[in-house]
Design a protein around this ligand. Structure first.
Ligand code: ATP
Length: 625
């Protein structure tokens, strides 16, 4: 016998499931059936492709039985791939997915909020503990002789012992608690299976005792008979015509497929015929999966060939940026024994991948046009992956440009580039945007002042991916996208009056430049400020300050120090007063440095020498008082 402790993450997940999902406790059965179905899928594949498994007699099925009385039990049994001792430890004692710790760290302890998060993770086997005091798993791996029993009360530890099982597969027995007692009736169980697992592709049999009465009056006798009945339709759901399927069918199948607790946001079911025959059923979840930005994310699409499961571990079934999509691709043309190496360079598959991506994108577009509310929900979760597509999927770039959304100074929520274009002023020379880390900092940036004054809309880009993606867009329908935190962008705003002032202020600018020395790349008169005395911008060819900070945060060392350009507002009171005292060298140095440092702070930069900043500020305050 060996006793093991659950990995901390498992205990946390168990706690979350038991305490947040109890109002939907019946889903435990869906989760167990879905695991059984996955196990059958895996073995079926082996029996078709691997010589040592071809000789197995394999009639895939799931069997459910129950006992009533004082110690009620419910048993779900399958003749699937099974687990050996090592698998039991790995699958039912640990969670290997990276990012789990981080995800569980977000839990608040508030059942309602936490139950919203579980959708990002998946419910799974541990939901059994909502209805059971203890759970027993007896499993024998196909191709192996020994069976093992895994037992736990879900309170921190489990035990594994050698056991008996006639053949390969897994039997999960729940020792039901008060909450679970109701699942010891034929009708209750049948109802739950029909509701949640009707479209599981393998037959699910329910074993029950039927009581019949024979005779009349005193001779009336009770006759008990063991019966077995198939409960589900057991056909691959995605192969059925759309007209036969209801929204409920799609939603429930999604939950079985993904272990998601939530409903999907929307789905797309297509059956392609012609040179290539295949079916796809794709779902977009309501919440982004928690490991979406982990390099080793779990892919969400399963590949089937003629209804035989091939793999759920292939990341290339859709372009990487669409990794949030869940679902199924079932091809009629691929060979059944297709290996992973072959898959990756298979022409049939790459053409399915290509057209699936196109279909998904046009579905997103259709939703954007017909259901803006749903589209906003979608964008709140998946804008960023779509932006990734802008630099990775050149073939669909035009469509992706229509799909991505940005925040803006003019509208609440999000805008498309198309809608921005429609709002542009007649003589406007570009699509302007400002990038940075924090929305609030950006919205208060002095760089926006002149645009606000002239009523020109600026896109507010606070997603870190914008820094990388947006400059690569270049143009939208022949209009240049211009970063307003770059030096050249304000040339568009320059008036004759600005040019005149620029000339007048030249001597002061020179003095400021001398005072600042190599702290700046240049000092120039600004045409984009109204309320602020100064701002900083990056030279046209340099990365912006935010980009530099991001590169540093990403661990890039030895970055050459890139200096900002300081812009001075000739109309500002401080600048005008300084102009009058420009021969006081010490004063010019103090004010110039403060103008630079305050502009940097507003853009979110940290001062290198805060003590010197304070000294200067005190000197100026002293003069003012
Ligand atoms: N009946 C079964 N037969 C074989 N393996 C099983 C069975 N039930 C569970 N497992 C194994 O245990 C693992 C964990 O199951 P669990 O339901 O917790 O998560 P999951 O199925 O991976 O789904 P998700 O992480 O999406 O919730 C499965 O991935 C599978 O490897």
């Amino acid at each position: 016998m060996s006793k093991h402790q659950f990995q901390t993450e498992v205990s946390q997940l168990l706690h979350l499931i038991i305490h947040s999902l109890y109002s939907h406790k019946e889903i435990f059965l869906r989760e167990l059936i879905s695991n059984a179905s996955d196990a059958l899928d895996k073995l079926k594949y082996l029996t078709l492709t691997q010589d040592e498994f071809k000789k197995l007699t394999f009639d895939p099925r799931v069997d459910i039985s129950y006992t009533e009385g004082d110690k009620p039990t419910l048993t779900v049994s399958d003749n699937g791939i099974g687990m050996n001792e090592e698998d039991l430890v790995e699958n039912l004692g640990t969670i290997a997915r990276s990012g789990t710790k981080n995800f569980l760290g977000k839990l608040t302890g508030d059942a309602k909020k936490d139950s919203n998060l579980i959708g990002q993770f998946g419910v799974g086997f541990y939901s059994s503990f909502m209805v059971a005091d203890s759970v027993e798993v007896i499993s024998r791996k196909a191709g192996e002789d020994t069976a093992y029993k895994w037992v736990s009360d879900g309170k921190g530890a489990y035990e594994i012992t050698p056991a008996e099982r006639e053949s390969f597969g897994t039997t999960v027995t729940l020792h039901l608690n008060e909450e679970g007692k109701e699942y010891t009736g034929r009708w209750q169980i049948e109802q739950v299976i029909k509701k949640y697992s009707n479209h599981v592709a393998f037959p699910i049999f329910l074993h029950y005792t039927a009581t019949e009465y024979e005779g009349e009056g005193e001779k009336r006798k009770e006759k008990k008979e063991q019966k077995v009945e198939q409960i589900n339709s057991a056909s691959a759901m995605w192969k059925r015509p759309k007209s036969e399927l209801s929204d409920e069918d799609y939603k429930e199948f999604y939950k079985t497929l993904t272990h998601d607790y939530d409903e999907p946001l929307f789905w797309l079911h297509t059956q392609a015929e012609g040179t290539q025959e295949y079916t796809t059923l794709f779902y977009v979840p309501k919440k982004a999966p928690f490991d979406l930005y982990q390099a080793d994310y779990k892919p969400g699409v399963k590949l089937y060939v003629k209804r035989v499961f091939i793999t759920d571990d292939e990341k290339e079934l859709l372009p990487v940026y669409l990794r949030f999509v869940r679902g199924i691709i079932d091809s009629e043309d691929l060979p059944l024994n297709v290996s992973r190496e072959i898959l990756q360079q298979n022409r049939i598959l790459s053409s399915i991948t290509g057209s699936s991506a196109k279909k998904l994108l046009s579905e997103f577009q259709r939703i954007a046009e017909n259901n803006p509310e749903m589209y906003t929900e979608f964008i709140e979760q998946f804008n960023r992956p779509l932006k990734e597509g802008l630099y990775s999927d050149f073939a669909n770039r035009e469509t992706l440009l229509e799909l991505v959304r940005f925040k803006s100074t003019e509208v609440e929520g999000y805008t498309s580039l198309k809608a921005y274009k429609e709002r542009m002023k007649e003589d406007q020379k570009g699509i302007y945007y400002i990038t940075g880390e924090k929305e609030e900092t950006l919205r208060n940036s002095p760089l926006l002042e002149a645009y606000k004054a002239k009523g020109i809309e600026v896109l507010v880009m606070d997603d870190e991916i914008d820094e990388i993606v947006v400059p690569s867009i270049g143009k939208y329908e022949e209009i240049d996208l211009k970063a307003i935190n770059k030096s050249g962008s304000s040339d568009d705003l320059k008036t004759e009056d600005d040019k005149k002032k620029e000339k007048e202020i030249k001597p002061l600018i020179k003095k400021i430049k001398d005072a600042l020395g190599d702290k700046v790349k240049d000092v120039v008169a600004s045409s984009r400020l109204s309320d602020s005395p100064s701002c900083i911008v990056a030279d046209e060819s340099d990365p912006s300050m935010q980009m530099q900070q991001m590169l540093k945060a990403m661990g890039q060392k030895d970055l050459p120090e890139i200096k900002p350009i300081l812009e001075i507002n000739p109309d500002h009171e401080i600048v005008k007063k300084l102009e009058a005292k420009k021969d006081d060298k010490a004063l010019v140095e103090d004010v110039a440095t403060l103008l630079l440092e305050q502009a940097m702070m507003i853009e979110g930069a940290e001062l290198k020498k805060p003590a010197e900043f304070v000294k200067r500020l005190n000197r100026i305050m002293n003069m003012a008082l």
